[in-house]
Design a binder for this molecule. Structure first.
Ligand code: ZN
Ligand code: ZN
Length: 218
């Protein structure tokens, strides 16, 4: 699930249930209900999950009296709606499995926005000599695989030695990306007549006999 800024703002805001004055809980729309005629029209909603809520407490009796079955109502609010409405629940656990972790959602949103911006910047990164979006995508294990491959393919042309450390120090979860990136680093070092000291891993000239960083002989 990816929530845009408006939806994120909606679930991060405090919404108070008018039946019990308690803060409502953000929930993800259950997929089972999509297309069942309820017309959620939103991937998220707020719900009052307070078991002491007046609406919830009195509705058990009403359902039994009017329809003869075990159910109650909770107060729910959809994004953009001025007023909430009651939604039927069969047990006190209903919707508790759909609760959204707002902070987690914010982080997810932030990561996705950074990825999208970096993908956009790939088009101009060679002209602008901009390594930043390339490295961001290569190191972001959650980024789209094809975009990461494309970023790896741009490393040689960028020929920027700043890429060496972040790539060498990253623990790649995706083996293929790790290989592509590290092989590009090998080529970039070679193209610049450089190598990594086998003892301290600092970058030195290919021809160096003694490492200027750790003073050890090659
Ligand atoms: Zn309530
Ligand atoms: Zn060294």
């Amino acid at each position: 699930m990816f929530l845009n800024d408006d939806l994120l703002e909606f679930i991060a805001e405090e919404h108070v249930c008018p039946h019990c004055d308690t803060a409502m809980t953000p929930c993800q729309t259950p997929t089972l209900n999509v297309g069942d005629g309820l017309g959620w029209g939103s991937p998220v909603f707020m719900i009052c999950l307070n078991n002491e809520c007046g609406l919830y407490k009195k509705s058990w009796q009403e359902f039994e009296d009017n329809y003869g079955h075990v159910a109650s109502c909770r107060y729910m609010l959809l994004p953009g709606a001025k007023k909430g409405e009651p939604i039927m629940v069969g047990s006190c656990d209903a919707y508790t499995g759909c609760i959204i972790d707002v902070e987690e959602e914010k982080l997810r949103n932030k990561r996705k926005q950074a990825e999208d911006a970096a993908v956009k910047d790939l088009d101009t990164c060679i002209a602008k000599r901009n390594l930043t979006p390339v490295i961001l995508l290569i190191l972001d294990e959650k980024a789209h695989l094809e975009k990461r491959q494309r970023a790896c393919a741009l490393l040689d042309e960028l020929n920027d030695l700043e890429c060496v450390d972040p790539i060498r120090n990253h623990e790649f979860k995706h083996t293929e990306i790790g290989q592509l990136a590290n092989m590009a680093v090998d080529r970039i070092l070679k193209a610049n007549n450089l190598k990594e000291c086998p003892f301290c891993a600092e970058i030195i000239k290919t021809r160096a006999r003694v490492c200027k960083h750790c003073n050890r002989e090659m």
